[in-house]
Design a protein around this ligand. Structure first.
Ligand SMILES: *Cc1c(COP(=O)(O)O)cnc(C)c1O
Length: 368
């Protein structure tokens, strides 16, 4: 007997999450100079962390021997003031990944199901399968979520629907009016998890209205993160907003000290670093234009994106991914998202985008 057989069948069925390759790993594997490697594989902020967060971290260092504030009082107060929600509506997570898992652990189990879209964020099926629930994949439309198909996929045993808006890895966006119409139609006993990890990259006129919907839809869970525009991916901090009853259930499965003390102070400071968010947004807009123009010159198709990355149609994406690695450029093949012909590239600094486009041109030419 293999010791693996001791794990429940539903755990053995899980395909592990495939993260972007770290720079140090590629440097080791191919003997490349770390400083010449460009990583555009995990949708990280190329500007680094919010400077206000860095100052807050320094001031907190002499407290590292202490446990963090398990209630996250200061960060919740800052979120409450900024967003106009009660602190009892906030659940803090070790990354928003953690709050997605808490939602699954609190409300899913063997015998129930949860719906997500084809080509949606890989963490949803992981969170669903880890608790023995059944995942239902609704077909996508033009690589984006098809809310009608998602509604049709809801069964009597469905407890939760996951919507990523914008979605990763496609960058597609659902209009506020469409998400609202979905909330009005979905059964009131089905929780809707609206994952807004990339919301800060949307222009003002497309920003989410989800916080305003919380009072009307007690089945709504909105999740956000400090990993992307705020530049704090390495610290791991995100949050969920929900009705007090839902937040209470999620907090029951939360590890008591799930958000570390540096992450708490950094996120609190970063939350009001409007200047940094504006700079990150502007850089992303420029980089998006730079990349899309470069791709058009190369004759390559891409999915129009509302986030800080682009899915590019490239043919044999796995082979192209490997060749780009040899050129010192790390991107992400997304065959595991049902898109074997696509590479996902994160928007970087102008110089990084350039290095990517140059390497891409080289490998595309080598191919013909
Ligand atoms: C990156 C990402 C997250 C955020 O993950 P963290 O755990 O907060 O770092 C959540 N949802 C989607 C769709 C993402 O792409």
């Amino acid at each position: 007997m293999s010791l693996c057989d001791l794990a429940p069948t539903y755990i053995r069925a899980i395909a592990p999450y495939q993260p972007g390759k770290p720079i140090a790993e590629l440097a080791r594997e191919l003997g490349l100079d770390e400083h010449r490697i460009v990583k555009l594989a995990s949708n990280e902020n190329p500007l680094g962390a919010s400077p206000k967060a860095l100052v807050a971290i320094e001031a907190e260092l002499d407290q590292l021997a202490r446990y963090p504030d398990g209630s996250g009082f200061e960060l919740k107060a800052a979120l409450s003031a900024k967003l106009g929600v009660g602190t009892e509506q906030i659940v803090l997570g070790n990354g928003s990944n953690d709050v997605l898992e808490m939602a699954a652990r609190a409300f899913l189990a063997a015998g129930v199901s949860a719906v997500y879209s084809e080509h949606a964020f890989a963490v949803y099926p992981l969170a669903i399968l880890a608790v023995g629930a059944e995942g239902i994949t609704a077909p996508a439309r033009d690589f984006g979520h098809d809310l009608d198909a998602m509604l049709a996929a809801v069964r009597a045993d469905t407890r939760m629907v996951f919507i990523a808006n914008p979605n990763n890895p496609t960058g597609t966006l659902l209009a506020n009016a469409d998400v609202l119409a979905f909330l009005e139609k979905v059964p009131a006993n089905v929780l809707v998890v609206l994952d807004e990890a990339y919301g800060e990259y949307l222009p003002a006129e497309l920003q989410s209205d989800a916080v305003d919907w919380l009072a009307r839809f007690p089945n709504l869970i909105v999740t956000r993160t400090f990993s992307k525009a705020y530049g704090l991916a390495g610290l791991r901090v995100g949050y969920a907003l929900a009705s007090p009853a839902i937040a209470d259930m999620m907090n029951r499965v939360r590890q008591p000290f799930n958000v570390n003390s540096l992450a708490l102070v950094a996120a609190t400071a970063a939350l009001n670093d409007d200047e940094f968010i504006a700079r990150s947004y502007a850089l992303n807009q420029l980089g998006m234009r730079q990349l899309t123009q470069g791709l058009r010159l190369l004759g390559l198709d891409y999915i129009p994106s509302y986030a800080n990355f682009l899915a590019i149609r490239i043919g044999n994406a796995t082979a192209m991914y490997r060749r780009l690695l040899e050129h010192g450029v790390i991107v992400r093949p997304i065959g595991n998202y049902g898109m074997p012909e696509y590479l996902r590239v994160s928007i970087g600094l102008a110089s990084e985008n350039n290095q990517f486009l140059q390497a891409l041109e080289d490998v595309v030419k080598e191919q013909v």
